[in-house]
Design a protein around this ligand. Structure first.
Ligand SMILES: [Zn+2]
Length: 46
């Protein structure tokens, strides 16, 4: 049995066409960052 993963720990793999692709460090699933729960990134301006 594998518990439901909430993908709380992710790393960015690549950015393409303005879309961030992230990998979950727990379940190794790869998906678009936009598919994740809304994340407050207002303070992550570079
Ligand atoms: Zn996950």
């Amino acid at each position: 049995m594998q518990p439901a993963c909430e993908h709380t720990r992710t790393q960015v793999l690549a950015r393409r066409n303005g879309v961030d692709y992230v990998e979950c460090l727990d379940c190794r699933q790869i998906f678009e960052a936009e598919d994740l729960e809304p994340v407050k990134t207002e303070e992550e301006e570079e």
